[in-house]
Design a protein around this ligand. Structure first.
Ligand SMILES: C[S@@+](CC[C@H](N)C(=O)[O-])C[C@H]1O[C@@H](n2cnc3c(N)ncnc32)[C@H](O)[C@@H]1O
Length: 335
């Protein structure tokens, strides 16, 4: 069962037609979507849009009853969950904080150690997040991952975060992250599947890179414009059909990977001649997806194997046992 519930999203109006349009756009593979995109599928950041919970849209009575039953079950489970309780005690925005912490402290080291085991059987105690990294956090709201990552970075060494989400971050979380990163944090509100939001993301990279150059007083002529680590916790809006939701979330992972490595990572002819995508060579990529059968996961897995020297799948302890959620980690980008 899915653990994450439908967030509030900005809709131009509450007609189902608009929701359908959005799903059609975000469901397509990046390559197809690019050629099919139309202005009617624009970003949701409508200045005058009404903030309407998706779950209030018109539905038939049977679906509504089913959904209120599952909402109750979800609320009961939230209430008992030790990670939710711990997050509340510590004033953290979400339990997801602990997942990234666990991945950073355990799974990355395990993955790197496995990879080198044959050559040298020593355990390498390395972390996914290094202090000087420029990190892109996709699906960042309510802010657990960005907040955790901000505690691992050193802004004086160039550490910075660009975060993107359809939803906003609350002021308290934003100011904690800003404080940890001494301002080297940029939040972009919008739909990451849209070109304008990807463009804004690239501008934010350049801006943070320039700022780092000015503050360390170096006279390098090349400005770093790419991320060292891209993490995606984006999850498609909850529709009530877990398979549909899982396939949509896989598609969001593909969107994140195509931004990291270029759209042609989905072609068997990859690698390209030049360096593609917005992730540095030797950079890492982490995304959450929901198991939905090898057939639906194949394109994402094959592309990730083309892009990275090493690819690992795992489920952190902080992820609920009954959830089909899985994590895909690719490290050491080849090109
Ligand atoms: C599970 S939550 C992320 C939790 C977050 N990582 C944390 O640590 O608190 C999933 C998020 O993905 C966002 N999302 C879904 N589709 C998106 C899209 N196309 N562009 C940007 N964000 C998206 C949702 O708005 C939601 O906030």
């Amino acid at each position: 069962m899915m653990q994450w519930r439908a967030p509030l999203i900005y809709l131009k109006d509450i007609s189902d037609a608009n929701c359908v349009k959005r799903f059609i756009c975000s469901d397509m593979r990046p390559s197809i979507r690019a050629s099919a995109s139309s202005p009617s599928c624009g970003s949701f950041r409508q200045p005058n849009s009404t903030h309407i919970p998706c779950r209030y849209r018109k539905r038939n009575i049977a679906t509504r009853n089913m959904s209120s039953q599952s909402s109750r079950t979800w609320l009961e489970r939230q209430h008992k969950d030790p990670y939710v309780q711990k997050a509340q005690e510590l004033g953290l925005p979400s339990r997801a904080y602990f997942k990234l912490q666990e991945i950073n402290e355990t799974h990355y080291s395990a993955a790197v150690s496995n990879k080198t085991k044959r050559k040298k059987p020593t355990v390498i105690n390395r972390r996914l997040i290094q202090p000087n990294m420029l990190i892109l956090d996709l699906g960042a709201a309510p802010g657990g991952w960005s907040l955790y990552a901000s505690t691992q970075l050193e802004p004086s060494r160039g550490g910075a975060i660009v975060a993107v989400d359809l939803l906003s971050l609350n002021l308290d979380v934003t100011s904690k992250i800003h404080e940890n990163l001494r301002g080297r944090f940029e939040f972009i509100q919008g739909d990451f599947t849209q070109n304008n939001i990807r463009l804004e993301t690239k501008h934010a990279f350049s801006h943070l890179a320039k700022e780092a150059q000015i503050s360390d007083g170096t006279e390098r002529t090349t400005v770093r414009r790419k991320a060292d680590l891209i993490i995606s916790d984006m999850a498609a809006n909850f529709t009530g059909d877990s398979k549909t939701d899982a396939i949509r979330t896989i598609n969001l992972c593909e969107q994140a990977l195509s931004f990291a490595a270029g759209e042609d990572c989905f072609d068997s002819s990859y690698p390209p001649k030049g360096s593609q995508g917005m992730l540095m060579k030797e950079g890492s990529f982490l995304c959450k997806y929901f198991s939905c059968g090898k057939e639906n996961e194949r394109d994402l897995m094959d592309a990730t194997k083309r892009v990275f020297r090493s690819v690992h799948l795992f489920k952190p302890k902080a992820s609920r046992k009954e959830s089909s959620e899985m994590y895909l980690l690719g490290f050491d980008k080849l090109h």
